[in-house]
Design a protein around this ligand. Structure first.
Ligand code: THU
Length: 132
């Protein structure tokens, strides 16, 4: 699957965003190495911190289906906004635990695609090895 196709899946997932507070929809899609696409979207809550971002939704969904970091080929995150937004700090932490550092992350809006990795987004990070 091309990155453009994965991004289209993320735009499909974005349509399910539940955003009554921010009105800012985000979609995500995890591509697994067996070719499965697992969607995610942001789901807000009247108790604001209880909301979840699209990236975490997709990654947790992938793990709930039995996939782990070795199985993940790529992650796409999209918005309809004018900017190509980077993942928030909490999502960066979760991505750093649940994906390999060099797995491609595609960030996109309707006009632009940026390709990155969690190694690039969070070069000095806290992880499981620090607890060992
Ligand atoms: N949001 C995401 O889904 N992903 C991000 O990386 C940034 C922020 C969501 C959270 C909230 O529902 C809305 O965007 C505005 O912050």
């Amino acid at each position: 699957m091309t990155k453009e196709e994965l991004i289209q899946h993320a735009f499909q997932a974005l349509r399910h965003a539940y955003v009554p507070y921010s009105h800012y929809s985000v979609g995500a899609a995890v591509l697994t190495k067996d070719g499965t696409v697992i969607p995610g979207c942001n789901i807000e809550n009247a108790s604001y911190p209880a909301g979840v971002c699209a990236e975490r939704c997709a990654l947790h969904n992938a793990y709930a289906q039995g996939y782990q970091k070795d199985d993940i080929a790529a992650l796409a995150v999209v918005t309809e906004g004018n900017t190509v937004a980077g993942p928030c700090g909490i999502c960066r932490q979760v991505i750093s635990e649940l994906m390999h550092g060099d797995t491609p992350i595609y960030l996109a809006n309707r006009r632009e695609i940026r390709e990155t990795t969690i190694d690039e987004l969070v070069p000095m990070r806290f992880g499981p090895e620090d607890l060992a």
